[in-house]
Design a protein around this ligand. Structure first.
Ligand code: HEM
Length: 440
């Protein structure tokens, strides 16, 4: 039996686009209430199947009949700029590349990255100028970009600062183009800038492959260059493609997470003090093992990722006819796996809009109520490869922030988030940032 599903299609082609961009959570609630867990909508010019709730989203992510492909779904959104990154590969090829890349994210490797990240965070924070209404989001974005060039790409004091600036600008252009309205390589457009940026990144990384292969460095780029398993290696083009994607996957996601945590800690001083007390027990440059022991940090991080998942919707496209919860989805259909809604579902989380990190504590574990209740890192074979790296990076930044500053945010402040790509605070997220006396 073929069921023709209808979602909100008030306007041809754009359908739910504006409603989603204005307020995604309200849009998702409304869509689920009117049309159920599996429905359709038009979004930026294409017809999408929309999956809402833990059962529907979980089914697509588990992908038991291999009907949902990630590459042709995400490719529609992130354009040609992150082509052939891990998330854009599928099935057998994805499996092969993921096995190889996992070797760059082992515990040993993470310990090395943590040791390099700590001093780089300190250097970045040394440039912060505390004060009232400090726009925390752009400052964090600059910081994580610096971390990316140092710890991912291995830039150091010998790297030409002009070239580094050009690389940073090229990377930012690629990220911004994912939200471009004009998707043509015309002069002066975001799309055109991003295509030039992509070429610059390819050239910059490509020229350094040989030196990184033999140089013995511990940055992610050098590690990728040397990866090999069962005689298999990444080609030069693979290394470049994976690097460009990793930079993107790590950048905004971690920035959004830290800025969300800063907002909630600014509004909940008791939690801020509790984390600061934990941070005070460690040295300025903690090891990975010490970071693992920061229990209150973990609770707050999980709650921030629940309230504002940095990747609220995952994109897929069906490669064959399939069904979700018994509802048919035709081959070739773009599919939006809207994990955001289940993070705010009253049926799963008591008082879902309340900041309550203890809900993740051992005696409560509210996330265990459903296998797919909490999914900020996705699920199934494409689950975030950098999850533990992200945990270490975010904790290192927070650890140093808490030792250097205290901050406040008005309790009625709600960040106005732009959802054109990932959820970024449109006002830069101001906080009143006060420098603390530092022990020499
Ligand atoms: C808080 C920070 C982060 C969040 C919330 C996050 C979230 C996600 C999500 C939801 C996916 C799955 C996408 C999908 O299934 O369509 C994903 C994939 C991925 N992430 Fe992350 N991410 C974060 C940080 C990072 C970092 C720091 C790295 C690298 C160092 C990274 C590398 C990747 C990679 C390589 C994939 C693709 C995995 C695959 O397709 O096999 N992520 N991430």
């Amino acid at each position: 039996m073929s069921v023709r599903l209808r979602g909100r299609q008030d306007l041809p082609l754009v359908g739910g686009t504006f409603a989603y961009l204005r307020d995604p959570l309200t849009f998702m609630r409304d869509q689920a209430a009117r049309h159920g867990a599996v429905s359709e909508m038009d979004f930026v010019g294409s017809r999408w199947t929309v999956l809402l709730g833990p059962d529907a989203c979980g089914e697509a992510l588990r992908n038991a009949d291999k009907a949902f492909a990630s590459g042709p779904g995400w490719g529609r959104l992130v354009g040609p700029f992150f082509d052939r990154g891990l998330m854009l590969l599928d099935f057998e090829e994805h499996h092969r590349h993921r096995r190889l890349l996992q070797a760059a994210f082992t515990r040993d490797r993470l310990e090395g990255y943590t040791a390099a990240l700590g001093p780089a965070v300190a250097r970045g924070l040394d440039r912060w100028d505390a004060g009232a209404d400090f726009a925390v989001y752009p400052a964090l974005k600059d910081l994580t970009l610096d971390l990316a060039t140092q710890v991912f790409m291995g830039a150091d004091d010998r790297t030409d600062p002009d070239e580094l600036r050009a690389v940073n600008e090229a990377f930012v252009a690629c990220v911004q183009a994912a939200t471009a309205v004009v998707r043509l390589p015309l002069p002066g457009t975001r799309w055109g800038r991003a295509l030039r940026g992509r070429r610059l990144l390819e050239d910059h990384l490509g020229r350094r492959l040989d030196e990184r292969r033999t140089g013995g460095g511990d940055d992610i780029f050098s590690v990728l260059c040397r990866l090999s398993q069962d005689g298999e290696q990444l080609s030069d083009a693979d290394v470049v493609n994976h690097m460009i994607f990793l930079l993107m996957a790590a950048h905004d996601t971690s920035t959004i997470t830290v800025s969300t945590v800063m907002q909630y800690l600014g509004q909940h001083p008791a939690w801020q003090d509790r984390l600061r007390a934990e941070a005070a027990d460690l040295d300025e440059q903690p090891t990975l093992e010490e970071l693992d022991g920061l229990v209150s940090f973990d609770l707050v991080l999980k709650e921030a990722l629940r309230l504002v998942p940095p990747v609220p919707v995952l994109a897929r496209r069906t490669v064959k006819d399939t069904e979700v919860l018994g509802v048919p989805v035709p081959a070739g259909r773009l599919t939006a796996v809207m994990i955001h809604l289940q993070h705010h579902d009253e049926a799963l989380w008591p008082e879902p809009e309340r900041f309550d990190p203890e809900r993740f504590s051992v005696d409560r574990r509210e996330d265990k109520v459903h296998r797919h209740a909490w999914e900020p890192f996705g699920g199934g074979v494409h689950k975030c490869l950098g999850m533990f790296f992200a945990g270490a990076e975010v904790k290192l930044i927070l650890h140093q922030l808490l030792r250097r500053y205290s901050w406040t945010v008005p309790t009625d402040y709600r960040a106005r988030l732009g959802y054109a790509s990932l959820p970024v605070p449109l006002d830069g997220q101001p906080v009143d940032l006060h420098a603390l006396e530092r022990t020499p």
